[in-house]
Unconditional design. Structure first.
Ligand SMILES: NC(=O)c1ccc[n+]([C@@H]2O[C@H](COP(=O)([O-])OP(=O)(O)OC[C@H]3O[C@@H](n4cnc5c(N)ncnc54)[C@H](O)[C@@H]3O)[C@@H](O)[C@H]2O)c1
Length: 455
């Protein structure tokens, strides 16, 4: 009983952590040109199924893997595009249909990628058959509902997020077992599984040394401390990986990724038809991309609360590179689930906002926080594993800010300013505190909008 209570305490004082000083390994600012790489040779070429390969991370990752010489099959049910329709919103960039994207890539690179429209959660038999047919070496799993705000919008979106994400991950494990294909599963988790608190030291990669009551030393899965229904699904996924690795010897890597920023990669800029999606709305826009878009539009930056939240960041180009590193370094059968922190650096939200404000000349607008979270937090994260495997991470960099700004300028006519303010609230109290937010008060090009909050 004591043991149970011990593990369910919040992170603040529940266990002793090693005292090693935390280092987030970062490099000097980098650009695409500094990250040119050679393609794989024949022996290293892998067959990879990318679940969720039509999405913000999945599409550039698929292109990168194909560019490197891997054989890529994209699977997606296009639910993210349907959610855009449901929310009355759209990617700022004009993304093409999967068929046009795949054809454009063939014309540009000479490489074939297959696209399969399949629902990982609802079409189990087709998933099993696909794995049997394709015999993949690796299956990269991006195919989840990924916005914390959307997951907190209504009971319907909460239930959808849990069903789709946890059901899809469970299906994937069952399908790998049923197909009898020894595929390595690479899943995209989130830094949010750890909670955005501090246990008094660095957050290690997945597992943590603890001293249990009675002085017993152990190394356990880091306690989960989700801050939204979406983050809870990633914690539940993590338990599924533990179970299926132990029970069925599945080879699994879980990548706890930070907030992704940027839009283009060296592959997506090769042709307009390959452009990546760019979400700027209050539900799906990730924080730095929202700020960059707002800066470029002359809209005051929508900083929630005091902006004292510290978060981990990674550029979209590094997302793709990390996936390939994970694919090339699978755990052996019987080894525990491999867990990497897929982050480049940590920054406080108001500091990130200031960087963008200084560069663009727009003001910061402190809004009531729609989220139930600590107003301020520290975040100290290890990313040693990826760095030791060759990642030289791209850090927040004005040259790359400019690249995003140029994309925004080009497509700003597609922006609906009424979608910029937060539209999902964590609970009744937060909704009440945000009741004064007026979506119609936001005007682009600095025309009117210092007063997003009505008097
Ligand atoms: N974007 C980020 O900042 C970020 C940060 C940390 C982790 N992640 C994780 O990375 C993954 C990809 O994120 P993203 O930003 O590319 O999201 P996204 O919504 O752009 O892409 C997810 C893709 O999966 C598809 N999909 C969802 N459910 C599916 C299903 N049941 N069957 C088939 N396809 C399905 C969607 O249509 C979409 O194209 C997610 O799991 C997310 O949790 C993203």
């Amino acid at each position: 009983m004591k043991f149970y209570l011990f593990l369910t305490l919040p992170l603040t004082a529940a266990f002793t952590v090693p005292t090693t000083k935390s280092v987030v390994h970062t490099s000097k600012p980098s650009t695409f040109a500094l990250h040119a790489e050679s393609a794989v040779n024949g022996a290293d070429k892998k067959k990879v199924i990318v679940l969720g390969g039509d999405g913000f991370c999945g599409w550039p990752t698929s292109l990168y893997l194909s560019d490197q010489g891997h054989d890529v099959v994209i699977v997606d049910n296009l639910s993210r595009r349907n959610i855009d329709t449901e929310l009355g919103c759209d990617s700022l960039t004009p993304i093409q249909s999967p068929d046009v994207r795949v054809q454009a890539w063939k014309e540009v690179s000479g490489k074939e990628m297959k696209f399969v429209n399949l629902d990982v959660y609802k079409e189990y038999d087709l998933l099993v058959q696909l794995i049997k047919d394709e015999q993949p070496d690796s299956i990269v799993h991006f195919a989840e509902q990924r916005a914390a705000p959307y997951s907190m919008k209504t009971s319907k979106t909460k239930r959808y997020t849990v069903d789709n994400n946890v059901g899809g991950s469970n299906n994937l494990c069952c399908a790998v077992i049923d197909s009898e294909v020894d595929a390595h599963i690479v899943h995209l988790g989130t830094m949010g599984v750890y909670g955005y608190g501090t246990s008094g030291g660095e957050i290690p990669e997945g597992y943590i040394d603890v001293i249990l009551p009675g002085g017993r030393e152990s190394n356990i899965l880091h306690p989960a401390y989700p801050g939204s229904v979406y983050h809870a699904t990633k914690c539940l996924d993590a338990l599924l990986w533990q179970f299926y690795q132990k029970n069925d010897n599945l080879r699994i890597t879980d990548l706890h990724q930070g907030i992704v920023w940027g839009t283009n990669t060296p592959q997506t800029i090769k042709d307009e038809r390959l452009i990546n999606r760019f979400d700027y709305d209050g539900d799906y826009g990730t924080v730095l991309n929202r700020f960059l878009m707002q800066g470029a539009m002359g809209v005051p930056l929508t900083v929630y609360g005091t902006g004292g939240q510290t978060r981990a960041f990674i550029h979209i180009t590094d997302t793709a590179r990390c996936i390939e590193i994970a694919i090339n370094n699978p755990p052996k059968a019987g080894e525990r689930v491999e867990i990497f922190n897929q982050v480049a650096e940590t920054r406080r939200v108001r500091d990130v906002a200031k960087l963008v404000a200084d560069q663009t000349g727009v003001e910061m607008n402190l809004l009531p926080n729609p989220r139930q979270e600590a107003a301020e937090n520290e975040l100290d994260v290890s990313n040693r594993k990826f760095c030791s495997l060759g990642l030289d991470p791209i850090t927040l960099d004005e040259a790359l800010f400019n690249e995003v700004t140029e994309v925004v300028q080009k497509y700003k006519h597609r922006c609906d300013p009424t979608k910029i303010l937060p539209a999902s609230f964590w609970n009744k109290k937060r909704a009440e505190e945000c009741a004064s937010l007026d979506p119609n008060s936001v005007k682009i090009n600095g025309a009117a909008s210092k007063e997003a909050v009505k008097a």
